[in-house]
Structures are given as structure tokens and as C-alpha cells.
Write a protein that binds this ligand. Structure first.
Ligand code: HSE
Length: 444
């Protein structure tokens, strides 16, 4: 029998968690449940020393279920100030106070792990600079794609590539809504209600359905893919609220599906980055990504085309990515090379191009008088704007009016907007129902 002093001491890495909500509670569970595996594989133990939340009940519930989560604080600042942990994990989301807590933890010499897309996509540079100065690490794998490993693969595994574009379905809520509209013929509001009933959509769903969530995620992805900082607020965005079940049906008849696509492309002149509902070919791998699933599709000069697919949100899926980051930060601490992983990958300064300069095909759904000469007038507007029509289909007639669907050849967004302005001003045109970008084989 070994005496206590002869017993091998297992190294411990202390962790402090801010926020015991969906992701935070998942992280607590995973650290507790996978502790033994981590110890056997790496020879050290993760120990949750402290955690904080506005609600003590979440902590009590976790303790009651047998999960060890250290000391509890309601005041996150106090926890960050007092904790002896090596790593602080920020999981409250939103911009503030999350950003200040992250900066405070870094100031105090802690490596930081977060799932916070808002903070990374708006203040990444400031945080990276401070982390570098303080010699600590800053990781954020769960900020994009939840349980899908994409940040580190893009930063490290795929570093030997130049990417022409990154395209993703990075918001599960909107993907669920569009899938239900497509598969069950539901209208937008019914599909949203269903998403809310199932807990996929928030009671206030604006950040998802208006594209803000995906906007932050593509800002992060494009910054890494093109090594040049793209800020969230500079990314053009449109949400899905104007998509109707008719658009989905018409797109399907033309061989496309409608997805909320987060897209970034590097061209000689600069970077295009946007989030918008788009028609994509039914045979593209992204078209098969349904319900709440996420996927990120990349094209690199050496690796070719790749798609990362999986659960984009959820307690354990996002928790899995957070724990991977905690381990990464732990390795650096144990090897004595803390802070060396945190070199910001944005070493270029490439201009972000305006949406107007983007070239693609377009879909236009309008309602116009069903009488002789109407089509010629509309075609004249396209011609005047320099947009070439690829196909036109007249759909249902409603007495005196009819839905007409146009598909254009490749043109710029600026020309397309000009064409729409001219068409809108025609007396025979009742309404522009929808205008959507078509991302097909030339750009996707
Ligand atoms: N609200 C997001 C979604 C998950 O619906 O995918 C968190 O980023």
C-alpha cells in the first residue's frame, strides 16, 4: 500500500463558469461525466472551482443531480475577481456584461473560453490584443456551429488553404422554420409558432429570424477564412420574415430550395459577406441540411470542397465544443506555453465590398395585371437596367392579376435593384412579392 505522500498526485486545472443556462449546465455535466476519461487520456483533472448565475436554483438543480460545480456566486464580477481557477468560461451570451467579464478575467491572467458570438464578432481584436499582452489564451469554438468543430479546423487544420468562399446554414431556428414551410406547406407565422412550441425559437425570435445571429457567425467565419477582420455590423443581412410558402413552392419547381445562407467570398477587389435567404440548387449538399441542423461548406485551393454538418445549438452539443476549448487551454497551461495559441489570425486588411457589387443570378416574384403587353413592359425595365432574363413563368391568376416569376442571368445586385425600382413604377405592376439572390454552381 502506498503512503499518502507516495501517491501520484494528479494535476488539476481549475475552471470557473459564468452562466449556468443551456450551455453552462451542459458544460458542468460533461466535465463531471467525462472527468475520468480526461484523466486517463491526458493525466490531469478538470475541477470546477466556481460558478455564477443570476438564479441560484440552476446551481441547486445541478448539485441535486449529483454534479460537482464548486462555489456559487450570484455576482459574476465578484467570482472573476476572487476565483483561483486557471480558466474562466463565459457562457452568459449577449454583448455586455459578457465583454467586460471576459476582459476582467484576462486582466487577471486567466485563459478564457466563450461561446459568445456577439463579443467575438464585435470586439474580437480588443480581446485578442489584451490576451496577447497578458499571455493567456482565448478560445471560442462554440460561438459558431454549436457542436460542430469549425473554428479550430479552419484556423489550424486548414491553414494550408486559400478559400474562395465559405457558405453556411448557421442558424437552426430559421432552418427549422424554412424546413417546415417547405415540407408541410406552413406559412411563416405557423412555422415560427411551431418552432417556439418546441423550444427552438426564443419567445422573442428577432435575433434569429432577422438574421442577426447568422450575421455574427459569418463575420467570425470570414475573418478566419480570409485572415482579415470582418465586423458583425458591416455584414449585410436580411432575415426570413418575407419568405412565403409560395416562394418556397416556386423555387422548388425551378429546382431550388430556399435557405438562410451566411456567405462570404474573397475576390480580387475585396470580401463579400452577407446573410440572406437564397435559392440554392436542390442537389447542393447544403440543400439537404434540414430542421435545426447547421452546416458550413468551404472551398479551399488544396483541400477542395468540405462540409461540416451537425447540431448548431443545444446544451450538450455546444458544451462539447466548450469543453474541447477548456482542454486546449489546459494543455497550454500544463506545458507552460499559455498564450501562444492566441495569435489573432487576421493579419491582412482586406476591404469589405458593398452588397451592390455582388454578382449573382436573381429570382423575382411579382404580381401584375394579367393583360396584353404587361410582360413586354416588365422585360423593358430589365433591359433598361442591363439585366438579362433567363426564364419567366406565369403562375396563378387571381382574376385580373397574376404572379409572374423571373429568373435572371448573372448580374450585379446594383443592376437588379435598379430593375426592381423601374418595375415597381409600372402601373401594371401591383406588387413586388419577393426578390431573392440565387446562389448556384458559379458562386456556391
Ligand atoms: N439561436 C441559434 C440558432 C443558436 O437558432 O441556431 C445559438 O447560436
Amino acid at each position: 500500500m502506498k503512503l499518502p505522500e507516495e501517491m501520484e498526485t494528479v494535476k488539476k486545472i481549475g475552471v470557473a463558469i459564468i452562466g449556468l443556462g443551456t450551455v453552462g449546465s451542459g458544460v458542468v455535466k460533461i466535465i463531471n461525466e467525462k472527468g475520468e476519461k480526461i484523466k486517463k487520456r491526458y493525466g490531469f483533472q478538470l475541477e470546477i472551482l466556481d460558478c455564477s448565475d443570476l438564479e441560484r436554483k440552476r446551481f441547486e438543480d445541478l448539485k441535486e443531480s449529483g454534479y460537482e460545480c464548486g462555489c456559487f456566486y450570484t455576482d459574476a464580477y465578484k467570482m472573476v475577481e476572487n476565483t483561483k481557477a486557471d480558466i474562466v468560461v463565459e457562457l452568459i451570451g449577449g454583448f455586455e456584461p459578457a465583454k467586460s467579464l471576459i476582459l476582467k478575467a484576462i486582466e487577471n491572467g486567466k485563459s478564457v473560453v466563450t461561446a459568445n458570438k456577439e463579443v467575438v464578432s464585435r470586439s474580437g481584436e480588443e480581446i485578442f490584443d489584451l490576451a496577447l499582452e497578458k499571455g493567456v489564451d482565448f478560445f471560442f469554438e462554440a460561438a459558431v456551429g454549436g457542436g460542430i468543430p469549425i473554428i479550430r479546423p479552419l484556423k489550424e487544420m486548414l491553414v494550408a488553404n486559400k478559400f474562395s468562399y465559405v457558405a453556411g446554414i448557421v442558424n437552426g431556428t430559421t432552418n427549422y422554420i424554412l424546413t417546415r414551410m417547405s415540407k408541410e406547406g406552413l406559412d411563416f407565422n405557423s412555422a415560427l409558432l411551431k418552432a417556439q412550441e418546441l423550444g427552438y425559437a426564443e419567445p422573442d425570435p428577432r435575433a434569429d429570424i432577422e438574421g442577426d445571429d447568422a450575421q455574427a457567425k459569418i463575420a467570425i467565419l470570414s475573418s478566419i477564412a480570409f485572415n482579415s477582420r470582418v465586423l458583425k455590423d458591416d455584414v449585410y443581412k436580411e432575415g426570413i420574415t418575407k419568405i412565403t410558402e409560395k416562394d418556397i413552392k416556386y423555387a422548388y419547381e425551378l429546382g431550388y430550395c430556399i435557405k438562410l445562407i451566411a456567405y462570404a467570398r474573397q475576390e480580387n477587389e475585396g470580401i463579400h459577406a452577407f446573410v440572406r435567404p437564397a435559392l440554392i440548387p436542390m442537389n447542393h449538399p447544403l440543400a439537404a441540411v434540414d430542421d435545426v441542423y447547421n452546416a458550413i461548406y468551404l472551398s479551399g485551393d488544396n483541400c477542395g470542397e468540405l462540409m461540416f454538418f451537425g447540431e448548431g445549438a443545444g446544451s450538450l452539443a455546444a458544451g462539447s465544443s466548450v469543453v474541447a476549448d477548456i482542454l486546449q487551454a489546459s494543455f497550454a497551461i500544463l506545458k507552460g506555453c499559455k498564450g501562444q495559441e492566441t495569435k489573432c489570425s487576421c493579419f491582412e486588411k482586406v476591404k469589405l465590398l458593398p452588397m451592390d457589387a455582388f454578382s449573382s443570378k436573381y429570382y423575382l416574384n411579382l404580381k401584375a395585371a394579367d393583360q396584353p403587353g404587361v410582360l413586354a413592359k416588365i422585360a423593358g425595365c430589365f433591359g433598361e437596367a442591363g439585366v438579362s432574363i433567363a426564364s419567366v413563368i406565369q403562375k396563378e391568376s387571381h382574376g385580373e392579376t397574376a404572379n409572374i416569376i423571373f429568373m435572371t442571368h448573372k448580374t450585379t445586385e446594383m443592376r437588379m435593384r435598379h430593375a426592381i425600382e423601374l418595375i415597381k413604377s409600372l402601373e401594371v405592376v401591383e406588387s413586388i412579392e419577393n426578390s431573392l439572390v440565387v446562389l448556384d454552381e458559379e458562386v456556391l
